[in-house]
Design a protein around this ligand. Structure first.
Ligand SMILES: [Zn+2]
Length: 442
């Protein structure tokens, strides 16, 4: 895999992608088909060999390959290393992302640059700062404090006016304020997603939340109340201690028991987007594992990211092998619970939470696809969720997410058939964004 995404035009005139299997993103099985890229759009799609009589000089031979819509990551943070990470996302075939929490002004500016083409990176949807209680988990510049109904209204008004695409409620927000934020956001047509602690997943669903981030968001629904760790522990004793206790509780929970079935059923019936971000939970549970810290894609991450990750690993120095063992059990509980949501026919999104430690921008989405298949989703369904499903949730389905004539030409071409073997998505041969060939690996 080649991390450097050299921008390269496909040459003037239309481009014919010929001889491949087409996975159109809807969930239908791949079919032999040829596709024309016309300007920044997808042009005609026809049977294999159907355009051979046309005078098209730019031809891309996709024999033995699968042609897919560009992948979409529903959960990232792009503010820190936009130049480096932007190229990484594209080289991994991730042509659109949703930033789920960062510095508002920086994100608005980056989204503008992405629209005008002056940032080489994925199309961008933004949530702006995290709506949180005090003390905030993240620095003030990344947070908007909401402690009252009045705060909730003014924060939603301010962010809506700044043009965010969604809102994200965070750990410190209780159920009454989640309800207030959701109802205020509804007036602007803004979906609210949540990574929650003071509000349980079922309370958030009741409040009308649109999306739940991280499989561990069901912690309060699965773990008996007397075994739950509070955010007070986080603020008084630090993240490593809090996380250790959190994992102990989750590791002891039953992911297929009555409580799990109830919340999985609520997730499915409500139609809420469930974005498990298994890859970040997996990496966090294995920060002591050379397979994680020495994974081949790690060298592609920016130096700043790698330095930050090493610091985070050092913060886990007080963890014993038993702590890591319970972290791994907690991950298994989360993974099994995702299987329950899949079995209940819940709406799964595909997100990575890059660039958290060892969650490499772009490339970690491929690991997320594999983990979702491991949880019980079929490869075909997983790919449909990472394309058309994510596009719908991010409000982008009019532009991208399926290979449909007239949509923007965001296309990934991989060797082999990822609907038979999901890990084939890693074998990227071409990435096209808005009709421009941005990556040609190997
Ligand atoms: Zn995140």
């Amino acid at each position: 895999m080649d991390g450097a995404a050299a921008a390269r035009s496909a040459g003037p005139g239309p481009l014919l992608i010929r001889g491949g299997s087409l996975f159109d993103g809807t969930g239908a099985p791949p079919r032999p088909a040829d596709l024309i890229v016309d300007g920044d759009r997808i042009g005609e799609i026809g049977p294999r060999g159907g355009f051979d009589g046309r005078a098209i000089s730019n031809v891309l031979d996709a024999s033995g390959m699968t042609v897919l819509p560009g992948l979409i990551d529903a959960h990232v943070h792009v503010g820190r290393e936009p130049v480096h990470d932007g190229a990484l996302y594209l080289s991994a075939g991730v042509t659109s992302v949703r930033d789920t929490g960062g510095v508002l002004e920086r994100l608005v500016a980056l989204r503008e640059r992405s629209r005008s083409g002056s940032w080489q990176g994925p199309r961008l949807r933004i949530c702006g700062p995290l709506l949180d209680g005090t003390p905030t988990i993240w620095p003030a510049e990344m947070s908007a404090v909401v402690e009252s109904t009045a705060d909730a209204r003014s924060a939603v008004d301010r962010l809506a006016q700044a043009g965010v695409d969604a809102l994200k409620v965070y750990s410190g927000i209780g159920p009454a304020l989640v309800r207030e934020i959701v109802s205020r956001a509804r007036a602007y047509g803004l979906p609210v997603i949540g990574d929650l602690s003071a509000t349980s997943a079922s309370e958030a669903i009741e409040a009308g939340i649109a999306g739940l981030e991280h499989a561990s968001v069901v912690y309060a629904d699965l773990v008996p109340r007397d075994q739950q760790v509070t955010m007070q522990v986080f603020h008084e004793r630090g993240a490593a201690v809090w996380r250790r206790q959190f994992n102990l509780g989750l590791a002891a929970a039953d992911p297929t028991g009555p409580a799990a079935r109830i919340i999985a059923g609520r997730i499915a019936q409500s139609g809420v987007w469930f974005d498990p971000t298994l890859v970040v939970l997996d990496r966090q549970a294995r920060l002591d594992d050379p397979e994680v810290t020495g994974a081949p894609e790690v060298s592609l991450a920016s130096e700043t990211s790698r330095a930050m990750w090493a610091e985070r690993v050092a913060g886990r120095a007080t963890w014993t092998p038993a702590d890591f063992a319970s972290a791994r059990r907690a991950f298994e509980v989360a993974l099994t619970f995702v299987g329950e949501v899949v079995a209940a026919n819940g709406t799964i999104l595909v997100g990575s939470d890059a660039p958290n430690p060892y969650v490499v921008p772009g490339w970690s989405l491929h690991r997320e696809l594999e983990l979702l298949v491991h949880a019980g989703l079929t490869p075909r369904k997983t790919l449909a969720m990472a394309t058309s499903g994510n596009a719908l949730a991010l409000g982008m389905s009019h532009m991208v997410g399926t290979l449909t004539q007239g949509k923007l030409a965001d296309i990934v071409v991989v060797a082999g058939d990822p609907t038979a073997d999901i890990s084939r998505t890693r074998d990227i041969r071409y990435v096209i964004q808005g009709g421009t060939l941005v990556e040609r690996a190997r």
